[in-house]
Design a protein around this ligand. Structure first.
Ligand code: GDP
Length: 446
């Protein structure tokens, strides 16, 4: 089950409680059972799900809740909190300090995305002012050094490796020593993987860790591995002191449950997620945002922060005012498209909005999406003020649609597709109706 589907099922289970007149034991059980089924099908391990169910029942004591209480909200909050708790191991991950050389070792199965993620991690920190360096101690996979070299060169990060040396421990030690001498403050060691968990892999990992004494070991896990997530993460944790987890391939058909299981198995937080093959398709993992997205609530705070970066300050109060009244017109859509185009990686912006990412981000990615948005904007350029300012899609009768198509040099079905998109966005942005407008229209305090 893909992440969005899991979220959808959980929210529907919660919604179901709206349809019953009294929220009693049965209604709560039905809801929790549906959530349990959804989580299990998304590869969250059984004991975790069981614990969650017990905890929620403990928190939501139906008999004690006076009838005036909004039970649905309380249950919803408890579910949200429990999901967050599952993802919170109770201690933050070690974070590298500048000006003190620190060694970060990456472990994981072959194909998990280790090498790609090492570079993403290095690149991310380099942008934040760290002096990063990469060491390729993966002597098992042919081509691993070449891949790391290629990625590192692209990101302009110094690297170390060997085509002839077959001892990963020796390479790791040499690389770490060299970069320490060069005063690099973040030395990242990529280790070998195997197709499956094997004693030789774990032994090698132990030796590399013993020789390089990493400050942090990061376990890289492919989000699509299914029910094996818990056991795999646990096996790695038992061999080396895993201190953080990175989940890769959260784009595509990712299963969300693996993240929950990996945290439970390693007692370490997820620190980043990989959302594509490119260097900058890498996001800091934020528990509350993740669960919010999972439940389909949309990550409005993240989105608003992003908007704030590009919506000119003087336009912010007006935009918020309109949205808070649920007034999402085509003109607002036009302005927001303009903002989106300015905001840079569209994929990053879209991924914060449930429902928008898959539709607006076609297979081809960034370029196609930009083209699509520009196409929509050309069609909107052919609209009258009345059309742009109306929030009622019914004004678009056949002759208006034909006129817009002719005026913009597009075909009728394209105009209709754009209007469909508008309708979809209206529903989504409609969720902002009733938001409290912060003082002085400052988006910061949302
Ligand atoms: P390693 O064997 O663990 O070092 O794995 P690689 O770094 O070679 O990655 C294996 C494959 O997964 C490569 O084709 C990567 O481009 C791809 N990959 C890695 N991370 C991601 C991600 O977050 N999303 C997607 N879609 N592909 C990824």
């Amino acid at each position: 089950m893909v992440l969005a589907e899991l979220g959808g099922r959980i929210s529907r289970a919660i919604q179901q409680m709206n349809n019953v007149t009294i929220i009693d034991e049965k209604a709560l059980n039905d809801c929790l059972n549906e959530i349990t089924r959804a989580l299990l099908q998304s590869d969250v391990s059984f004991p975790l799900v069981k614990d969650m169910q017990t905890n929620i029942k403990k928190i939501v004591n139906l008999e004690e809740l006076a009838s005036g209480h909004n039970k649905r909200r309380i249950i919803e909050q408890a579910i949200f909190n429990e999901l967050c708790k599952m993802l919170d191991p109770g201690k933050p991950a070690f974070s590298p300090k500048k000006a003190k050389p620190c060694v970060v070792m990456f472990v994981g199965l072959q194909g998990a995305g280790k090498t790609t993620t090492c570079t993403k991690y290095a690149y991310y920190h380099q942008k934040k002012g760290y002096k990063a360096a990469l060491v390729c101690a993966d002597t098992f996979r042919a081509g691993a050094f070449d891949q790391l070299k290629q990625n590192a060169t692209k990101a302009k990060i110094p690297f170390y490796g060997s085509y002839t040396e077959s001892d990963p421990v020796k390479i790791a030690v040499e690389g770490v020593d060299r970069f320490k001498k060069e005063n690099r403050d973040l030395i990242i060691v990529d280790t070998s993987g195997r197709h499956k968990q094997e004693a030789t892999l774990f032994e090698e990992m132990r030796q590399v860790a013993e020789a390089t004494k990493p400050d942090l070991v990061i376990f890289v896990m492919d989000s699509s591995i299914g029910q094996a997530a818990f056991e795999q993460a646990q096996a790695f944790k038992q061999s080396v002191a895993v201190g953080a987890v990175i989940i890769t391939k959260m784009d595509g058909h990712a299963k969300g449950g693996g993240a929950l299981s990996a945290v439970a198995a390693t007692k370490s937080p997820v620190i980043f997620i990989g959302t594509g093959e490119h260097m900058d398709e890498f996001e800091v993992f934020e528990t509350k945002q993740f669960v919010s997205r999972l439940l389909g609530n949309g990550d409005w705070s993240g989105f608003v922060n992003k908007l704030q970066e590009v919506v000119p300050k003087d336009q912010q109060p007006e935009l918020l005012e309109k949205l808070s009244h649920g007034n999402f017109t085509l003109r607002i859509m036009y302005d927001q498209f303009q903002n989106l185009l300015n905001m840079g990686p569209l994929k990053e912006v879209f991924s914060m909005l449930p429902g928008i990412s898959s539709e607006m981000m076609p297979q081809g990615g960034e370029k196609e999406s930009q083209a699509k948005i520009k196409r929509y904007m050309t069609m909107m350029d052919s609209m009258t003020n009345e059309e742009l300012d109306s929030s009622n899609p019914k004004v678009f009768n056949g002759s208006r649609i034909m006129r817009i198509a002719r005026g913009s040099g597009r075909i009728v079905t394209e105009v209709m597709e754009m209007l469909e998109e508008y309708k979809r966005l209206t529903t989504m942005w409609g969720k902002m109706k009733g938001i409290k407008i912060p003082e002085k229209g400052n988006m910061n305090s949302l």
